[in-house]
Design a protein around this ligand. Structure first.
Ligand SMILES: Cc1ncc(COP(=O)(O)O)c(C=O)c1O
Length: 367
């Protein structure tokens, strides 16, 4: 049977949470599990993180999935509700919501409180401190706050913003955004949240009351040019398959589609049962490492839909059936992202449904 699988170590995620808590002591953790927990399995990850103060998702469907799986933590909708109906469902499922534009306030004000007498809404009023994606401008923020505070439906108004360049330690935008957020929210009593993973790692001033770590929980460094191990993180996902064919090549023999790679000398090429149909990047460069039996071998030729090829050289220790790790334990996904001109987020989120997922809880330092 094709043994291509993603092994998710939930103990690694719990370990990474403990790293996060050390980096930002005294803050509430809103664990970001959107996009199927960055490809790691939203329900399994949320179940492993029940001691976080809250869970953050992008949208209502993700939140409902968690509630239906009996996740009891507070859940926050980072993009807020998209319609009046979603607002009603947010109340029904006891969700907190980001409010980032006037139409959402209009929906809240239009709800008849007598219909929801038992329920009240906790909101996170979002300030656009410079990212120009979501949120009220500095000029509109206080009017938005007053409208919400006059609604009987509102239980509490917390305050949030998002950093645009936190992964870049040299970027002055970070201090500027932190300053704008502080100033715009100074007269309100609500709790504040600004830091994503990179904010947690690199910008202590952005920690405020609540942090919103995502990628760091899965073991990746959020900082450009760094790897998770620099911060003491453990990779949560190991994507693996097996060597299932080996060919002996003579000098000049070509490999794969487009005959894109040519052997310079006598060598052996191994075929691994994983390809872009499984989420391995098609554009991974020649030389991208693949770990087989603990040793790195370079990718050669073009990645196909179901397989890829590596140059085994004259290593005759290898045989069919040997385990190949594409990323994860022993081979950081950050390396594969660099070799593919992308970011770890896209690789982790992009593992396809054809790949079998296995969730384990074992010491991340053991084999
Ligand atoms: C509003 C918000 N907060 C926090 C995060 C978590 O980001 P990261 O995975 O970089 O920690 C995201 C993710 O994109 C987000 O959109």
């Amino acid at each position: 049977m094709r043994s291509t699988k993603a092994v998710i170590n939930l103990a690694a995620i719990q370990h990474n949470l403990s790293v996060v808590r050390l980096l930002a002591p005294g803050t509430g953790v809103m664990a970001v599990v959107k996009a199927d927990a960055y490809g790691h399995g939203i329900v399994q990850v949320a179940e492993a993180l029940t001691d976080v103060e809250a869970i953050a998702v992008a949208c209502l469907d993700e939140a409902i999935k968690l509630r239906e799986a009996q996740i009891k933590n507070p859940i926050i909708l980072l993009e807020g509700f998209f319609s009046q109906n979603e607002l009603e469902l947010s109340l029904k499922y006891d969700l907190q919501t980001v409010v980032h534009q006037q139409s959402q306030i209009d929906s809240i004000l239009a709800l008849k409180p007598e219909q929801y007498s038992q329920k009240k809404l906790k909101v996170w009023l979002k300030l656009d401190s410079g990212m120009n994606r979501l949120g009220f401008t500095v000029d509109d923020y206080s009017a938005a706050y007053s409208q919400l505070s006059n609604s009987v439906l509102i239980d509490s108004i917390n305050l949030m913003s998002h950093l645009a360049c936190a992964d870049d330690i040299t970027n002055p935008m970070n201090q500027a955004q932190i300053g704008i957020f502080k100033e715009a929210t100074q007269s309100y009593t609500g709790l504040r949240s600004m830091a994503n993973s990179a904010g947690v790692v690199a910008w202590p001033e952005s920690h405020f009351n609540w942090i919103r770590p995502g990628i760091i929980l899965y073991g990746c460094s959020p900082m450009v040019g760094y790897q998770g191990q620099t911060h003491g993180l453990k990779p949560a996902m190991t994507l693996q398959s097996q060597l299932f064919a080996i060919r002996n090549l003579s000098p000049g023999d070509k490999v794969g589609y487009g005959s894109a790679w040519r052997a310079k000398e006598k060598t052996r090429v191994g075929v691994i049962a994983i390809g872009y149909g499984d989420g391995y990047p098609r554009h991974a460069r020649e030389g991208t490492p693949v770990l087989i039996n603990g040793k790195k071998y370079p990718l050669v030729g073009k990645v196909s839909m179901d397989m890829l090829t590596v140059d085994l050289g004259n290593d005759d220790q290898l045989s069919i059936g040997d385990k190949a790790i594409l990323w994860g334990k022993g081979l950081p996904v950050e390396t594969i992202a660099d070799c593919s001109d992308t970011i770890p987020y896209t690789l982790l989120c992009g593992v396809t449904s054809r790949v079998k997922f296995e969730w384990v809880t074992k010491n991340p330092d053991e084999g």
